[in-house]
Design a binder for this molecule. Sequence first.
Ligand code: SAH
Length: 458
Amino acid sequence: MKVQVPVHKNNDYQGTVADLTYQGNGVVKVDDFPVFVPNALPGEQVTIKVTKVTRNFAWGRVMKWQTKSPDRVAVKNKTYIQTGIAPLGHLKYAAQLKFKQHQIKELLEKAHLDKIEVLPTLGMAKPYHYRNKAQVPVKMVRGQLETGFYKRGSHTLVPIEDFYIQDPKIDQAIVVVRDLLRKYHITPYDERTGKGCIRTVMVRRGYYSHEVMVALVTNTHRLPMADQIVAGIVAGVPEVKSIVQNINDKKTNRLLGTKDKTLWGAPEIHDQLLGINFVISPLSFYQINPQQTERLYQIAIDSAGLDGSQTVIDAYCGIGTISLAVAKHAKQVYGVEIVPAAIRDAKRNAKHNGIKNARFYVGKAEDQFAKWQAQGLKPDVVIVDPPRKGLAASLIEATGKMRPQKVVYVSCNPATLVRDIQRFADQGYHVTKPIQPVDQFPQTTHVESVTVLERTGK
Ligand code: SAH
């Protein structure tokens, strides 16, 4: 049967926004056919123009609002929504927090797990200026070198100076670097030709340490006028501790290459989380919202119910942030992580902090779990903090066989969390506390949460 698509490109339609997708788009139904509309909130009556049609859904743009949602905030700068810097920037913060809580609830309901409670999302008192890291593309726009952000779903650069969700000191440093690149006529990389020098400017700033790292990501091995640029950064960014050139000469969307060259100062900066010192290299993964990360980790640690006698596994441990925070409260911690450089940092971080009861392993978590299980390791608590795709089924099975009392699941994707909760049930593990969402990424659609599962029965 051929289904007729009821909307046509460039036509206008009127409707009421029925829902907000997990990506933050409003949904307007035209004869039951969904049209996704950015910057449209549930309950609003709108006139939309359809911009793109596929078989199962369409995209549209609001032409006119007949009514506006009481949850709407006037957005000072539309580029935040256009670029995906703040896709929820038009929604009141309290409503953003509800939206995130609701997403987990809805997925649980769909899986017939509606008995599991979800607490209100813990938000920030000041839900902006929180990012401790920026990666900003550099491009030629109308004959001038610009730094900014790409329009959603495109490589069109929108010049931006105030990024709203970044540490303002980072924004200032980016402007200093941009002006120096202009002054010394450094050519931006051109994706089409593969030519040009500067691709990306990355800036990190320690939340407690205030140490700043500036990394210039170049397509070429040589950075012309490097000495002058370095001197300009040192003069213009008083907190700078590290200036690095990162070479990325591949035709790729990846922002950073694998090769670093320290141009000035230290090859790394430092910061603290829960009182533990961390070394941050240009390529290290480090949580970008330190205030909320401390709350998230504290909840994970408290949920684990540690009294110093337990053996803990921290899977997907990155540079060991959770492992080292847990070590004080545990007998022994084992961390596993797939990126070798991260494990190198984790070991260094353990040493710097005088932590002797944490051991780190490079590998796929699922493989290492199989090994640990075969070796007869008996953890009391397993903490997992996987990427968006969630846990491998085999990891959940191996966990079941090692029979820890508790599993603490830190999730950045409610969909895979709910799937994994169901898989844990097959191993005799059930959610014993309400799920706690913690807003790590205000103004964006990302949902982070902590879930506690315990072995019951079996
Ligand atoms: N717990 C850390 C890192 C969490 S991010 C922190 O809070 O800082 C998820 C981590 O999982 C990343 O460091 C990523 O490199 C790692 N990872 C991804 N797939 C993996 C796998 N199959 N096995 C082990 N680690 C993996």
